[in-house]
Design a protein around this ligand. Structure first.
Ligand code: BV8
Length: 225
């Protein structure tokens, strides 16, 4: 039984029609994503941030899982492996492809969070700054997304799984955002084999034992099978 930890990024959803951050040159409607995807950006202009995530939520809802998502679900169903997907993506394409063991370290578009009391509930399709928290009734609702400068979710569980793995695979990520971009180093230091599957060499490609470059819908099924 081999233990596989798989990190995925925006590139695995690119062929499902969901734009990556690099494809937009880090811009969204002339706003730098780092400006919009931050707590400061939310406090500065919550209507703009809700607009940003409403657009992303609609795009994710319209997208379908692709052959790469489906191949990872097939791998998880294979009794010879235990598979944990740690995704930086906020779409739900892994779950819709059939993957069950998924950690959304940067949150999800389908979740809503109260900025004041911390209550969580399923996000409506369209969120506005006037929405009231169902628990404390204050107008402090935000998407349940981890923004720049905020601590990613379930980091302890992720690091424990990385260090106990037999193989760490990174798929569709540019390796620019930490702590996710540092996982390959954590794995290598724990003696875990590392593999990069990406359209092109990522920023951290030299830290991987092996790398295969090409579209995820080709390189991921080829690796799984
Ligand atoms: C933290 C949710 C500490 C939002 C995201 C200064 C100030 C503040 C922080 C920092 C700073 N300097 C550094 C930091 C740390 C910061 C960071 O790393 N910044 C970067 C910009 C330098 N990180 C953080 O802030 C993190 N938190 O450090 O907390 C802390 C400690 C204690 C207590 C409190 C806090 C939190 C980062 C999370 C931010 N949220 N997402 C949203 O989605 O709207 S990040 C977001 O961008 C994504 O989730 C993802 O992580 C990142 C984009 O990366 P990728 O997924 O890799 O996408 P990208 O477009 O870049 O690349 C796509 C790749 O796919 C490419 O390589 C391409 O070649 C490939 N590809 C394309 N098509 C295909 C393909 N591959 C295969 N097939 C294809 N068809």
């Amino acid at each position: 039984m081999s233990r596989i930890v798989i990190l995925t990024g925006a590139g695995i959803s690119a062929e499902s029609g969901i734009r990556t951050f690099r494809a937009s040159d880090g811009l969204w409607e002339d706003h730098r994503i780092e400006e919009v995807a931050t707590p400061e950006g939310f406090l500065r202009d919550s209507a703009l941030v809700h607009q940003f995530y409403n657009a992303r939520r609609a795009a994710a809802r319209a997208a379908q899982p692709n052959a790469a998502h489906l191949a990872l679900a097939e791998l998880e169903a294979d009794p010879h492996h235990t598979v944990l997907i740690v995704t930086q993506n906020v779409d739900d394409l892994h779950e819709r492809a059939g993957s069950q063991n998924v950690i959304h370290m940067h949150g999800t578009l389908v979740g809503a969070l109260c900025h004041d009391c911390g209550h969580r509930w399923p996000a409506p399709e369209v969120m506005t700054q006037g929405d009231l928290c169902p628990a404390c009734a204050r107008a402090a609702t935000r998407p349940d997304i981890v923004w720049f400068g905020e601590m990613p979710y379930q980091m302890d569980q992720i690091v424990r799984a990385l260090e106990a793995a037999d193989l760490f695979v990174s798929i569709g990520t540019s390796g620019n955002v930490y702590p996710a971009a540092g996982f390959v180093r954590d794995a290598a230091m724990a003696g875990v084999q590392t593999l990069e599957l990406n359209l092109e060499p990522s920023a951290g490609t030299d830290m991987f034992d092996t790398a295969r470059h090409g579209p995820a819908t080709q390189v991921v099924p080829a690796w799984v099978r």
